[in-house]
Ligand binder design. Structure first.
Ligand code: ADP
Ligand code: ADP
Ligand code: MG
Length: 446
């Protein structure tokens, strides 16, 4: 009997446990002092206390995780998303200690985790990257000179940034000068590296990403696209598959680009090629996420594939149930709404006790929950309460079903972003599918 340690928490830990149960695999969960009453802890076959609430002493504590892996004699470790999921050092330690890391090799993670390195690798493979400038030791002088050449506005970005953190929009040289040193400092504090690069800012951009999968035998498949352009603070809030308002040639170009990108690094396991599309549908590589993505359920809903199952099979060097691209079909339409405990006006977290938590049930509704009623949303972690996923035959019926279903979600005790979801669903921009990354700000009237 196989046994997997889940080095994560909340909804993604529970999501992984569900697939493991179906595959007859035993699970070990870890929980901090803040999480002991959460549903995933109860759902796992075994749960081990990992430490106090702060992540550095709990979910990011590599030695402690390895101690638990040894004690529980697990075969493999699933990192989920966020936390240690893109930490190449963690993957390397796991490999060295003789466990299986459920994800790509640590070597590939190292390469793609560094955005400068990833841009270089992709450019060499003939994949278009956002026009920009990168150098291992960029001075302010270099930055100004190159930004002038690229043309303002530009994005100043941390090479190891993530979660929308570590990037700043600069409209002119004065702004670039003003943000340069503080961005280096912030990047050092958050990501342990002050390496920056510059990208041309793409106005009215669409964030379209392609789910890819590299099988154990070395074949790369794509599982179509997700449109993740409804964002706040450069972070996704609503995602859908397929993407509306995108021509078939533009889609085919994206799939081809994504498969080429993954093949260039001999990618194995689940990954995402994030692209940004300009107003003329030209795609540019943004970054590769070498892990399961928060929004993977919309892809699962329209393809009928369990991505966690594929991840586990591949990590154990087993075959996935498809052998050619045409075995993977996209059917129907799926939209995911991230339900956050946050103030819908400011988008700031709103921690507290979930006095009430109720989701509607029914055909086409999937709820990936991290909490149950009476649980506390604490300030230590990402304040996402659940993912509400609606699937229907067409986009139009998906939207109307979602609009109704969302009205039946009941959350009390914390503020939530549910009013934001309603406003988006009621907007003409979302309805006609022609939205971009600034649309949410516009809908909110800012
Ligand atoms: P996705 O592309 O799957 O939406 P994100 O890059 O937004 O993924 O992040 C995945 C998860 O990890 C989110 O819950 C996000 O809040 C968290 N996360 C990612 N990077 C960081 C970071 N540097 N600091 C804090 N949280 C992060
Ligand atoms: P992260 O690692 O934080 O996810 P990404 O590079 O994937 O960073 O960018 C996150 C989001 O920021 C994008 O989805 C997009 O909305 C915005 N963004 C990033 N780069 C650009 C750019 N060059 N032009 C316009 N928007 C951008
Ligand atoms: Mg990204």
């Amino acid at each position: 009997m196989r046994k997997i340690l889940i080095a994560n928490r909340g909804e993604i830990a529970l999501r992984i446990i569900k697939t493991c149960k179906r595959m007859d695999i035993k699970t070990v969960a870890v929980y901090s002092d803040a999480d002991q009453d959460l549903p995933y802890v109860e759902a796992a076959d075994t749960a081990e206390h990992i430490g106090p609430p702060p992540v550095a002493q709990s979910y990011l504590h590599i030695e402690r995780l390895l101690e638990i892996a040894a004690k529980e004699k697990v075969d493999a470790i699933h990192p989920g998303y966020g936390l240690l999921s893109e930490n190449a050092e963690f993957a390397e330690r796991i490999e060295k200690e003789g466990y299986i890391f459920i994800g790509p090799s640590s070597e590939v993670m190292k390469k793609m985790g560094d955005k400068i390195e990833a841009r270089k690798t992709m450019a060499e493979a003939g994949v278009p990257v956002v026009p920009g400038y990168e150098s291992e030791s960029m001075t302010l002088e270099d930055a100004c000179k190159e930004a002038g050449r690229i043309g303002y506005p530009v994005m100043l970005k941390a090479s190891s940034g993530g979660g929308g953190v570590g990037m700043v929009l600069c409209d002119d040289e004065q702004a670039l000068t003003q943000h340069f040193e503080p961005t280096i400092k912030r990047s050092q504090t958050y990501f342990g590296s002050g390496k920056l690069f510059i990208e041309k800012y793409i106005p009215k951009a669409r964030h379209i990403e392609v789910q890819i999968f590299g099988s154990a035998e070395g074949k790369v498949f794509h599982l179509f696209e997700r449109n993740c352009s409804i964002q706040r603070r450069n972070q996704k809030v609503i995602e859908e598959s397929p993407s509306p308002s995108l021509t078939q040639p533009a889609k085919d170009k994206l799939y081809d680009l994504a498969v080429r990108a993954a093949e260039a690094v001999n990618y194995k396991n689940a990954g995402t090629i994030e692209c940004i599309l300009d107003a003329d549908e030209n795609p540019y590589f943004l970054e590769m996420n070498t892990r399961l993505q928060v929004e993977h359920p919309v892809t699962e809903e329209v393809t009928g594939i369990d991505l966690v199952e594929w991840q586990i099979l591949t990590a154990f060097n087993e075959e996935i149930p498809v052998h050619s691209q045409k075995d993977i079909q996209q059917q129907g339409h799926s939209i995911e709404f991230r339900i956050y405990a946050e103030d819908p006006k400011t988008f700031y977290p709103s921690p507290g006790t979930l006095e009430k938590l109720e989701f509607p049930e029914g055909e086409g509704i999937r709820v990936d929950e991290g909490y149950k009623e009476t649980n506390k949303v604490t300030p230590y972690y990402d304040p996402m309460i659940a993912k509400f996923i609606v699937t229907a035959d067409s986009r139009q019926s998906c939207i109307s079903q979602a609009r109704q279903a969302i009205d039946s979600i009941k959350v009390e005790g914390v503020k939530t972003n549910i009013p934001v979801h309603k406003a988006v669903l009621d907007s003409a921009e979302f309805m006609d599918g022609k939205y971009h990354t600034q649309t949410l700000t516009k809908i909110k009237g800012e």
